[in-house]
Ligand binder design. Structure first.
Ligand code: GTP
Ligand code: MG
Length: 251
């Protein structure tokens, strides 16, 4: 069974999957930005393996071309950021682009987290040259299922966007996360229409994410209302006092 998780950037997709699949451990990286976004697929295997896929030389060429375009489009900004990350780390990108894929074995979730951070973490050494990751997990939980954590809306890497779409097309279930505070807003509708294929998906599950933030917002709103009412009472009192003190004054 193929399961996809889609939603706007920062909707809480990775956190949702970490809670669902990894007991809340931060296996899938949180707080990615377009520059560090990766498509992460999880599947069952007898061996625990992280498989990283680097950009191809052709894709890297495109990133280089985009980086010199002085415009604000997501693909240009992201390309500049990726090259900047490579410069900061002092890595030789061509060495990795030629590799195609690489497999790293791990034994425990802690080892998985620290290894994965090197390839997809915000400060990971190889993050800027990694395009996709497949986690092969020796856990009964993943038997017969394949799950994809997608990079969110407006992924600036075109080849990854088409890969996301291809997987979503063969999904039996798609979880669509929308922040409860702005549930199914205009951008969500746009995302649903552009990323969700017309055919293929058997079931779409809508999830209101970050529910706790809304609860907090309501409390904040209540506090604001209370403060506003207090301010209004204060102003009325001040006005009344002025009127009262003015009344006896005879001109
Ligand atoms: N308050 C609150 N914050 C959350 C919740 N879920 C996620 N977050 C925060 O929201 C931010 C984004 O969470 P992610 O899980 O990285 O979201 P994402 O959709 O995977 O983001 P991208 O992969 O960048 O598109 C992080 O700072 C999380 O800590 C939640 O239920 N409540
Ligand atoms: Mg994510």
């Amino acid at each position: 069974m193929n399961i996809g998780v889609i939603g706007q950037v920062k909707a809480g997709k990775s956190s949702f999957l970490n809670t669902l699949l990894f007991d809340g451990k931060e296996v899938l990286p949180k707080a990615s930005t377009p520059k560090t976004a990766t498509l992460t697929k999880m599947e069952y295997s007898e061996e625990n393996i992280i498989e990283v896929e680097y950009y191809t030389p052709e894709e890297w060429e495109r990133i280089r071309d985009n980086a010199v375009v002085e415009e604000d489009g997501a693909e240009y900004v992201s390309a500049r950021e990726i090259l900047e990350m490579v410069r900061e780390r002092g890595i030789n990108s061509s060495e990795y682009l030629e590799k195609g894929k690489e497999q790293i074995k791990f034994d425990t979730y802690d080892a998985l987290i620290s290894q994965l951070n090197n390839y997809v973490g915000e400060d990971g050494m190889f993050t800027p040259v990694v395009k996709d990751v497949v986690l092969y997990l020796n856990s009964e939980y993943f038997k017969d299922i394949s799950i994809v954590d997608t990079p969110g809306l407006n992924d600036p890497i075109a080849s990854r966007t088409s890969k996301t779409k291809e997987f979503i097309e063969i999904c039996d279930v798609v979880f669509f996360l929308s922040q409860t505070g702005s549930f199914l807003d205009k951008s969500d509708w746009e995302l649903l229409f552009t990323q969700l294929p017309q055919k293929g998906v058997e079931k779409l599950v809508l999830i209101g994410s970050k529910y706790d933030s809304v609860v907090r917002d309501v409390l904040k709103a209540k506090k604001m209302c209370r403060n506003t009412v207090l301010l209004m009472i204060l102003m009325i009192l001040i006005k009344m006092k002025r009127t009262m003190s003015l009344t006896p004054v005879k001109l």
